[in-house]
Design a protein around this ligand. Structure first.
Ligand code: HSE
Length: 452
C-alpha cells in the first residue's frame, strides 16, 4: 500500500459533489489528521463532467470502479436500493471498505449487507445515513457503549423540519417550502419520502438497531408524515403550550405498567411536545436526537440534518476512520494490509452479530402515547359531557380541554389533550365519539409526548 488512500466516489449528485468540495477545501486538515494523502482516483458517473479534475478517472461502469485495483475505499452516494446495492455488494466482494449515505438501502437490506461485509472482513460505514452531519452513529455505537438505552426521540428529517418551521413561523404554504427544500438539496430524489415520514422511518430503523441490539426491521416501523398537519392544529397546539414536530421514537417497553406490552415501539409521526423542550426549538433543516440512557441520563445531539456540507462532513468522518483502520505501512507488511484491525472495529450495529436480540417490535395498537384530539361538535348542551364520558369510560385521563367559540354556525371545535394511553383504547374511544349524533366530522388526532 502506498502512503495515499485512494477513494472512488460513486454518484455525483448533491452529496458526491459535496464530498469532492470538502476534500479540496480541507485537504491539508485531512492529511494532518490522518497522516495520509486522501486522493480521489475514480468517480462513477453516468454522464461525463467537465468540471472534474482531469486526473480523476470518470467511469460510467460503476461495477468496474467498485472493484478497481486503484481504489481502497468506495463511497456510495448514488441513492436508491437497486444499483446502489449491486455496487456495494460488488465492492465488498472485492475487499473494499464502503462508506454510504444510503439510509433506504441499509434500512431495507442492511442485515444482508452487514453480514456480507463481515464475511469479507471489510466495513460498511454509514454515519451520513442518519441525521446528516450529526455524528449520532459514532456517539451511539462508541460514546454510549457502556449505557443501556431506554428510549430515543429525534427530529431526523431536515426537509420535514424545514417545512414545519417555515409554515409555523411565516405561514408559508407547504408546496412552496418543499420546492425551496428541493432547491437547497435537502429533499430526497422522491420528496414523498420526506413528507410521508419514510425517510425518517429508514433512519429510525438504523438508530433502533444500534440502541437496542436488534436486527434492522424497517417494515415494522409505524409511519405517519406531515402532510395531514394543518395550520389550525399548529396554532391550537401553541395556544396550549405545545409545538408540533415530526419525530421518530424508539422506546423499550418492559411490560410493567397497566396494559403495557413488552417489546420495542418504533414509530415516526407528528407529535406535540412542550414548547420549552429543547427539541421543540430545533428549527429549519436542523436535526436533533435525544437519547435517554442509563446511567448517563438524557443527552441531546443537534446539527444540520441535510444538505451537501453536512452530509459530506459525515461521509468524510467515516473515510477518516477507515484510513486509520487501513493502517499506514507498506502493503508487503501483512499485518498492516487492508485486512488489518477489523476485529478491533466497532460492530456495524454496535452489538456483536451473534448477540442481536429477537425482542419483538410492538404493533401500532400496542403503542402508548398521549394524544391531542380535535373534535368538531354541534354547539348543544351536553356534547362536552358525552365526549368526556366516553374518554373516562375507556380509562383515558384528560389533561386539558380547550373549547373555542363556534366558528361555523352552530359548530364548535373542542381540543382535548390526554395522558398516555394504549392506542387500542384510544381507537375504541374515537370510534364511539364519531358515532355521537352531535359530532360533525372525523376526529383529528395527533400524538403527544412530554419527553420526560
Ligand atoms: N432528505 C433528507 C432530509 C436528507 O431532509 O433529512 C438527509 O438524510
Amino acid at each position: 500500500m502506498s502512503n495515499s488512500i485512494k477513494l472512488a466516489i460513486l454518484g455525483l449528485g448533491t452529496v458526491g459533489t459535496g464530498v469532492i468540495n470538502l476534500i479540496n477545501d480541507n485537504l491539508n486538515e485531512l492529511k494532518r489528521r490522518s497522516g495520509r494523502d486522501i486522493i480521489i482516483t475514480e468517480v462513477g458517473t453516468r454522464r461525463h463532467r467537465d468540471d472534474i479534475d482531469p486526473n480523476i478517472m470518470q467511469n460510467s461502469d460503476l461495477m468496474a470502479t467498485a472493484a478497481s485495483d486503484n481504489v481502497d475505499i468506495v463511497v456510495e452516494v448514488i441513492g436508491g436500493t437497486t444499483l446502489a446495492k449491486d455496487v456495494i455488494m460488488h465492492a465488498i466482494k472485492n475487499g473494499k471498505h464502503v462508506v454510504t449515505a444510503n439510509k433506504a438501502l441499509l434500512a431495507e437490506h442492511g442485515n444482508e449487507i452487514f453480514a456480507f461485509a463481515e464475511e469479507h472482513n471489510v466495513h460498511v460505514a454509514y454515519e451520513a445515513a442518519v441525521a446528516g452531519g450529526i455524528p449520532i452513529i459514532k456517539v451511539m455505537r462508541e460514546a454510549l457503549a457502556a449505557n443501556k438505552i431506554d428510549w430515543l426521540a429525534g427530529i431526523i428529517n431536515g426537509t420535514g423540519n424545514f417545512i414545519m418551521t417555515e409554515m409555523r413561523d411565516k405561514g408559508r404554504p407547504f408546496a412552496d417550502v418543499l420546492s425551496e427544500a428541493q432547491e437547497l438539496g435537502y429533499a430526497e430524489a422522491d420528496p414523498t419520502f420526506d413528507v410521508e415520514g419514510i425517510d425518517a422511518a429508514h433512519k429510525l430503523a438504523l438508530l433502533a438497531s444500534i440502541a437496542f441490539g436488534i436486527p434492522l426491521q424497517f417494515d415494522k416501523v409505524y409511519c405517519e408524515g406531515i402532510t395531514g398537519i394543518t395550520l389550525q392544529d399548529v396554532n391550537y397546539a401553541e395556544e396550549l403550550g405545545y409545538r408540533i414536530k415530526h419525530l421518530g421514537f424508539a422506546v423499550r417497553r418492559d411490560g410493567q405498567g397497566n396494559d403495557e406490552a413488552s417489546g420495542i415501539e418504533l414509530r415516526v409521526h407528528p407529535t406535540l411536545i412542550p414548547q420549552d423542550a429543547l427539541l421543540a426549538n430545533v428549527n429549519g433543516v436542523k436535526n436533533a436526537v435525544l437519547v435517554n440512557s442509563h446511567p448517563l441520563g438524557q443527552t441531546l445531539y443537534c446539527g444540520d440534518g441535510a444538505g451537501a456540507g453536512a452530509t459530506a462532513s459525515a461521509v468524510m468522518a467515516d473515510v477518516m476512520d477507515l484510513v486509520r483502520v487501513l493502517g499506514s505501512k507498506d502493503s508487503s507488511d501483512e499485518s498492516n494490509s487492508n485486512q488489518n484491525n477489523h476485529g478491533h472495529h466497532v460492530p456495524h450495529l454496535a452489538f456483536i452479530p451473534e448477540q442481536l436480540s429477537d425482542t419483538p417490535i410492538l404493533r401500532a395498537e400496542q403503542m402508548i402515547t398521549g394524544y391531542y384530539l380535535r373534535v368538531h361538535a354541534y354547539d348543544s348542551p351536553g356534547v362536552l359531557a358525552d365526549i368526556t364520558r366516553i374518554l373516562s369510560d375507556a380509562g383515558i385521563n384528560i389533561d386539558a380541554i380547550l373549547q373555542k367559540p363556534a366558528h361555523k354556525v352552530g359548530q364548535v371545535p373542542v381540543i382535548i389533550l390526554t395522558l398516555p394511553v394504549v392506542e387500542s383504547q384510544m381507537n375504541l374511544a374515537i370510534e364511539k365519539i364519531e358515532k355521537l349524533d352531535t359530532i360533525t366530522d372525523k376526529v383529528v388526532r395527533i400524538r403527544l409526548d412530554e419527553l420526560a
